[in-house]
Write a protein that binds this ligand. Structure first.
Ligand code: BGC
Ligand code: BGC
Length: 625
């Protein structure tokens, strides 16, 4: 009940914030969230009375089923859900319902999966997981929020909590009850393709915002109708791996960091990478995802000391561990041995997208052969069931069907306004010579660059598809070009060219350039220089003899020295998502920039590679008007 009231209140508050430039109404909502959130945290183990009663009735097969998570795409026949008594289903970044990718298809897919559980003896509902890492980003029409790197620049836990509260609401509109977020990585090398999934290079900021995200998703009570199970990931030191640099076939450097090896002593591991997990456990996170990566050569997904000794015993984590996508396969070339190692190390549920049948059979054998003790199985299942009880999943009247009344607010104006607010707060002003910004709403403006009318570039990876895609892939969003057109007075004149040609006669140029979308290892990059094509675009506008404002869309700091010099003003907009209006708010002074860098901005690739020297901009830098 309280969760429901909070949801409605939040909506109202956000409507209010449309009219509030100061955001005072927004802060009120934030305050209330924070107050109610502090009441949260009934320990998961307090459900053990009910859990153990159920556990005692379960057969080995029923227990192993609970530990198994298959991917919807790979479940050829939905009857496999009851046949293998699956505990969970996921849709990964590229896994969409067969019926399509809209709200209705997703909701139906959720309900069809849940309906299968009614055919099992114990009828335990499923946890259904997706990567909602910046909004409910797999679903067409969802609001896409800035990626974490931008949210880090806001330094605003209240805002992050609200973003995840709204995300939870959009997730629940499809019935889904679990998100593999927040990512609480602490990236230490921006060549890594997942840098943007991190709030900051600073562990304290990651901890603060990670806790806020967990409160937002899980609400003040995991059992609330708008609550979604959170998952802190990827444990541990996914952002601390050492770059493996080689020379590619084209003679250029290749740097591989994703799923690599974090080579460091335990004190460093704890100081930098463990800290967000201490906060996550305190905030009551119900699930944690061990990383593909290794610590000093040993895979985290099979690391008993990290999973059991530190996380479960020392930190007192009472929820469950979900392995990453096929991560168990990487522990040992022999799949059966890999399963034994991982489960014995403390893994509770296995993300086995396509190999779920094999996993089920092999784990059963391992238990019968005594290679995985029954106590370990019981511990894993107890942890999973604790969460299911805490979430109220066992109440089938509530959990088998989605609440379709939530469709009304899905992708709606109130949610978009919150995202717009997040964009305004995340943009960082790096340069503003001669008061170039803010731009007059009556000016003649030439907009240029391939990012200017490109929602795909604004959103980056993990948007509709796993890798994301340039172009207009999401409905309902506002590109920066559209936002500029929406903002100027009728007397203004806005022209546009992708390559910067035709800027003559304008009073100011706005050039939007940056990175093309990517996710995970495909985003690892040894050379973070801005693309030559983008540099040419800036040069073309500059050649018109007008002041130039550069807006950079990127998942990390890039090497920008050359265009920074040419630019009169420079905004780092990160990957802002669908609400480009937030960028225009800053460009035209409807919002005075407040964003502060969440990462140090390097002056050269040498510096990224570890050479010392003065960065281009220090951590925390950010100008205002
Ligand atoms: C990623 C995770 C993600 C999972 C499921 C993996 O490849 O590392 O972050 O949660 O896939 O999509
Ligand atoms: C899935 C992603 C996953 C990736 C891992 C993709 O096909 O859609 O969710 O992270 O594979 O390799």
């Amino acid at each position: 009940m309280i969760g429901l009231r909070l949801g409605i209140f939040t909506e109202t508050a956000m409507d209010g914030s449309l009219r509030f430039q100061t955001g005072s109404c927004l802060s009120l909502a934030i305050l209330c969230c924070a107050l109610t959130a502090s009441a949260y945290c009934r320990p998961l183990s307090s459900y053990d009375g009910q859990v153990d009663k159920l556990l005692q009735q379960m057969t080995l097969e029923e227990k192993i089923g609970q530990m198994t998570q298959a991917e919807l795409d790979h479940i050829r026949d939905l009857n496999d859900i009851w046949r293998f008594q699956l505990g969970s289903v996921l849709c990964g970044g590229d896994s969409d319902p067969k019926a399509g990718n809209g709200l209705e298809a997703w909701t139906q897919a959720y309900e069809d999966c849940q309906a299968q559980t009614l055919k099992t003896r114990l009828q335990i509902p499923l946890l259904f997981g997706v990567d909602a890492v910046h909004g409910h980003n797999n679903v067409l029409g969802a609001v896409i929020f800035p990626h974490h790197i931008g949210l880090g620049c806001t330094r605003d836990p209240g805002l992050v909590e609200l973003i995840y509260r709204v995300t939870a609401q959009e997730i629940r509109a499809t019935g889904i009850n679990w998100s593999f977020s927040p990512c609480v990585t602490v990236p230490q090398d921006i060549r890594w393709g997942r840098t943007y999934e991190g709030f900051s290079e600073d562990p304290a900021l990651v901890e603060l915002l990670g806790q806020a995200a967990i409160r937002g998703l899980q609400g003040q009570d995991l059992g609330g109708p708008l609550s979604v199970l959170a998952c802190a990931k990827h444990y541990l030191a996914d952002g601390g791996t050492k770059a493996v640099v080689t020379i590619g076939r084209d003679g250029r450097q290749v740097a591989r960091l994703d799923q690599g090896d974090a080579q460091m002593d335990e004190a460093t591991l704890r100081r930098i990478h463990l800290r967000p997990y201490i906060g996550a456990v305190k905030a009551g996170v119900g699930s944690i995802m061990p990383s593909y990566s290794s610590w000093n050569g040993i895979k985290c997904s099979g690391h008993r000391y990290l999973l059991t000794d530190i996380l479960k015993k020392e930190l007192g984590f009472e929820g469950f561990l979900i392995s990453d996508y096929n991560a168990i396969n990487q522990i040992d070339p022999d799949y059966k041995a890999a399963i034994a190692k991982s489960i014995n190390a403390g893994m509770d549920m296995a993300m086995v997208p396509n190999q779920y049948r094999q996993f089920f059979t092999l784990l059963r054998q391992l238990v019968l052969e005594g290679q995985v003790p029954m106590e370990r199985i019981d511990d894993a299942v107890r942890r999973i069931l604790r969460v299911k009880f805490a979430m109220g999943l066992m109440d089938k009247d509530r959990s088998l069907m989605a609440d379709r009344t939530l469709w009304q607010s899905f992708g709606g104006q109130a949610h978009r306004q919150l995202a717009r607010q997040a964009v305004r707060q995340s943009v960082v002003l790096l340069k503003n010579d001669g008061h170039c910004l803010p731009i007059s709403k009556r000016a003649r403006i030439h907009v240029a660059g391939r990012g200017a009318d490109n929602l795909g570039m604004q959103c980056g990876g993990w948007t509709i598809t796993w890798q994301g895609r340039p172009g207009n892939l999401v409905p309902g969003g506002t590109s920066i070009l559209c936002a500029i057109r929406n903002t100027v007075d009728r007397s203004a004149r806005v022209t546009y060219s992708a390559d910067g040609s035709g800027a003559e006669g304008a009073q100011v140029g706005v050039v939007v350039v940056g990175e093309q979308p990517y996710a995970e290892g495909l985003g690892d990059n040894a050379d973070l220089s801005l693309d030559q094509q983008d540099i040419e675009t800036v040069k073309n506008v500059k050649a018109a003899g007008i002041p130039v404002v550069v807006v950079l869309l990127s998942g990390r700091p890039l090497i920008i020295n050359e265009i920074l010099e040419m630019a009169d003003a420079f905004l780092a907009a990160w990957l802002p998502g669908t609400e480009g209006q937030g960028v225009a708010d800053v460009l035209f002074g409807d919002y005075n920039p407040t964003g502060k860098l969440s990462f140090t901005w390097p002056a050269s690739m040498d510096q990224v590679q570890g050479r010392s020297g003065k960065p281009l901009f220090e951590y925390g830098f950010g100008l205002t008007y």
